[in-house]
Design a protein around this ligand. Structure first.
Ligand code: COA
Length: 150
């Protein structure tokens, strides 16, 4: 990370980290589907520890779960001090990507096989996040229609 990535406090700007998470997630989704993808949502982004200018950031993106045309990618961000080799986990992000056909319409995503205990846990947790997201959307819709007069 360079000085041009810094915010006014002198740390790396969160928006820069988010952009790089989006790029890593996009690459993972394209590699899984071998098609174009778009970001439908950044569902969660945590900043656990500030990143300093001069540190080396690594982005590890994993496809956690696949539904019809959408999939969830989890991104783990680590910051390394290149002089000491000290590595810290600084962010985690979860993004929903949608696979597109050649006309730009949502297209069926290839299925995902979860084999290891970690892969199965990631799939379960992604399913939980999706259910919570859909339930929240429904609750907001219901609350808004209850607020409407008549
Ligand atoms: C994402 C997008 C393709 C969805 O199109 P749409 O017409 O709403 O398509 P659908 O209703 O058929 O939904 C397609 C999938 O997207 C998912 N989706 C749509 N909006 C979503 C949202 N806000 N959050 C999470 N998932 C979403 C749906 O759940 C569905 O998933 P499924 O097929 O696995 O069940 C469209 O909204 C779009 O192009 N958005 C702009 C994307 C963009 O510009 N991104 C930034 C640059 S890459």
């Amino acid at each position: 990370m360079s000085i041009t990535d810094a915010n006014s406090a002198g740390f790396v700007h969160g928006g820069i980290v988010m952009k790089l998470c989006d790029e890593a997630a996009g690459i993972a989704a394209v590699k899984h589907s071998r098609r174009r993808v778009v970001t439908a949502a950044i569902d969660r982004m945590t900043f656990l520890d500030p990143v300093q200018v001069g540190q080396l950031l690594s982005f590890k993106a994993t496809v956690n779960a696949v539904w019809q045309t959408s999939l969830e990618v989890g991104v783990r961000v680590e910051a390394e001090n290149p002089r000491t080799g000290d590595v810290r986990h600084t962010s985690t992000a979860y993004l929903t990507m949608v696979v597109l056909d050649d006309e730009g319409r949502p297209a069926q995503a290839p299925p995902l096989l979860a084999e290891s205990p970690d892969e199965k846990r990631r799939m379960r947790e992604a399913e939980l996040r999706r259910q919570n997201r859909l339930a929240e959307r429904e609750q907001i819709r219901a609350a808004r229609s209850a607020e409407r007069p008549g």
